[in-house]
Design a protein around this ligand. Sequence first.
Ligand SMILES: *Cc1c(COP(=O)(O)O)cnc(C)c1O
Length: 354
Amino acid sequence: MNANPELAEFITKRIGHGWEKDLTKLKELEKFADDDASLDELIQIKRHNKEALVEFLKHKQNEFLDPDSIFDVQVKRLHEYKRQLLNVLHIMYLYNKIIEDPSYNAPNRTFIFGAKSASGYRRAKSIIKLINTVAERVNNDRRIGGKLRVVFIENYRVSVAEKIFPAADVSEQISTAGKEASGTSNMKFMVNGALTMGTLDGANIEIFEEAGKDNGFVFGLTTPEILKMEEEHSYNPQQYLERNPALNKVVEQLVDGTYDPTRQIFKEIHDSLVYGVEGQRPDVYYVLADFDKYVKAQEQVAKAYLDKKGWARKALINIANSGKFSSDRTIEDYVRDIWHLKKVVVEDSEIKNA
Ligand SMILES: *Cc1c(COP(=O)(O)O)cnc(C)c1O
């Protein structure tokens, strides 16, 4: 209600009040999934929220985004298991593709990052450096002609999050399955009508269950598949590099001078993927193993976005099915199943007198 007042009004206009205190009521929105006027209005609301984020970033960090592009967002702590690196490698891949492939024809895309890393977490800081370096290159290459833009939003925090979530088209939740890395941002995106691009990990699984897999983009190795590879020591990242020249190219571009003339800054990231560093196995988080599947899922995003109404329909179904992710529901579950508490009912009048 506070961060996305237009959407709140859209909901109330259709299903009345009540959903604010009982989020499961959002389900009633589903009957508008095929209502043209509702979908048009939802498209307009998203557009307004994107314009607001564009305005904000213009003033805040002199960044000019195209509100007609797909806003593809990954905001969360910077951590290797959350795989911001997979996202950047895909951007580097798209950049190569746009330059090399004259038949490339997909909706314009803006990749938005926001994150923090602990001061002692060197690898995370290298990844932030990589995102900013790729942004600098891509955003200043005239051959790209607006097809691709990358922005790292400074100082990610709740007040900024309130502007980002309502403006997002795609919610990036691409952690390694089994790391239980998805927290709550996937839910914040969902209730604001962004479609989830995600692995079968943590609460992503419930989101895909609630909204239906067809209303999001599922990809990647599953937890049992990863556990099996770990048990059998059967993961060999080299195989993926040999089989996929486009992937091999972006990984080599980390150290061949394309992005960094000293060839040193991203060497540690490169070596961690290809050889393993500091006694670790190579590519601990299966970035290379999931790369091809991620590229294919991202191609589905581009395709789906061409159908504006179809996209809005998916967004509406996501919103309608996000009721489960209310913190009230979570706490009710704890009260019943874990704490076994007897409820104390507090009347409204008692609250007013308190
Ligand atoms: C939701 C939120 C987080 C947590 O993000 P996850 O993707 O759930 O880990 C962190 N910081 C801010 C500002 C948030 O709003």
